[in-house]
Design a protein around this ligand. Structure first.
Ligand code: SF4
Length: 301
C-alpha cells in the first residue's frame, strides 16, 4: 500500500495537477508541493502554470486569487473553511464608504482580502510590493485596506503620500509585543531579528530586517550570520531550520501559529484531488471585478 504522500504524487501526475503551498503550511504539505511561496509568488506561479488543476494549500483568498488569474483552470482548496481573519475584517461596503469620504484617493488592498473587496479597489499589493505599488500611483491620498500595520509601515517608506488606514490586522502577527522582541534578542544576542510588516510598529522598531516571508527567507539564506529570530509564522522558521541545519532559527514568540494555515492535512489534499472536490467557483463577473486590481499588481511587479 502506497503512503498517502505517494498516492498524492501519483494522482497529481495522472491529473496534470500542481500543488501550490504557502510558507505557513505544515512541513508535510510543503514537502509534497511543487511550489512553496508567499502570496505573490503563488499568484504569479499559478498564472504561469500549464497544469489543468491547481491545488492551493493555503487560505481562501489565495485560492480565489489563483482562480481569478486562471479562470479556465480547476482550482481546489482542500479545506474550504481555511480562511483569513484579517481578510474578513473588511467588507466591500467599508471600501465604498471610504471612497465616498475620500473621493480623490486611490484604494490599495493587501492581497489578503476577499475577491469582493478586491473588486472595489484600484490595485492589490503584497507585503513585498506595497511600497512599489503605492509609488506607482499618481494619487497623493492612499486608502490602504485591511492591514493597518502593513499600511503604517508602507506609509513610513513613502512619506510624501497621505495614508488613510483601515483598522484591520492579522491576529497572529498583531498580538506579538515589543517585550517579545526584547526578550528574544536578550536570549539570542548573536541572532538577527527578521520581522514581517504585519507586526506592530512597536515590534518593527527592534527588527534588523523588515520583510515579506520571501524576503525573510532570502535574507536568512544569504546572510553571513549563523542565527536568526524569525518574526513571522512558524512555518517559515521550520522551513528554514529544515533547509539549513547548520544555522539556528528561533521563533520570535511561542505559538506563532496561524490556525487557519494549519488546517490542511495530507488527507484533505488526497481527498480533494481524488474526487476533485472543494472547487473554487466564481462567476465571470466576480472574476472580472477582482481581476483588474490583481492584474494591475502583477503588471507593476
Ligand atoms: S497569518 Fe494572518 S494574514 Fe496570514 S492567513 Fe493567517 S490570519 Fe491571515
Amino acid at each position: 500500500m502506497n503512503t498517502i504522500k505517494e498516492q498524492i504524487l501519483k494522482l497529481k501526475s495522472d491529473k496534470n495537477a500542481v500543488i501550490l503551498a504557502h510558507f505557513y503550511q505544515t512541513m508535510d504539505i510543503q514537502e509534497i508541493a511543487d511550489i512553496v511561496g508567499d502570496s505573490f509568488e503563488l499568484a504569479k506561479r499559478a498564472k504561469a502554470s500549464d497544469a489543468d488543476i491547481l491545488i492551493v494549500c493555503g487560505v481562501r483568498f489565495m485560492a480565489e486569487s489563483a482562480k481569478i488569474l486562471n479562470p479556465d483552470k480547476k482550482v481546489l482548496l482542500p479545506v474550504l473553511d481555511a480562511g483569513c481573519p484579517m481578510a474578513d475584517m473588511v467588507t466591500p461596503e467599508d471600501v465604498r464608504a471610504l471612497r465616498a469620504e475620500y473621493p480623490e484617493a486611490a484604494v490599495v488592498c493587501y492581497i489578503n482580502s476577499s475577491a469582493a473587496v478586491k473588486a472595489e479597489c484600484d490595485i492589490c499589493c503584497t507585503s513585498s510590493s506595497a511600497e512599489r505599488i503605492v509609488r506607482s500611483l499618481s494619487q497623493k491620498q492612499i486608502i490602504f485596506v485591511p492591514d493597518q500595520n502593513l499600511g503604517a509601515y508602507t506609509a513610513s517608506k513613502v512619506p510624501e503620500k497621505e495614508f488613510i488606514l483601515f483598522k484591520g490586522f492579522c491576529p497572529v502577527h498583531h498580538r506579538i509585543e515589543a517585550d517579545d522582541a526584547i526578550k528574544a534578542k536578550a536570549a539570542n544576542p548573536e541572532a538577527e531579528l527578521l520581522v514581517h510588516p504585519e507586526c506592530t510598529p512597536e515590534v518593527l522598531k527592534y527588527a534588523d530586517l523588515i520583510g515579506s516571508t520571501s524576503q525573510i527567507l532570502d535574507h536568512a539564506i544569504k546572510s553571513e550570520s549563523k542565527a536568526f529570530i524569525i518574526g513571522t509564522e512558524n512555518g517559515v522558521t521550520e522551513r528554514l531550520q529544515a533547509l539549513y541545519p547548520d544555522k539556528a532559527f528561533y521563533p520570535l514568540a511561542s505559538e506563532f501559529i496561524c490556525p487557519d494555515m494549519k488546517k490542511t492535512a495530507l488527507s484533505d489534499v488526497l481527498r480533494s484531488l481524488e474526487n476533485e472536490t472543494n472547487e473554487i467557483i466564481m462567476t465571470a463577473e466576480e472574476i472580472a471585478g477582482a481581476g483588474k486590481s490583481l492584474e494591475r499588481m502583477v503588471a507593476v511587479g
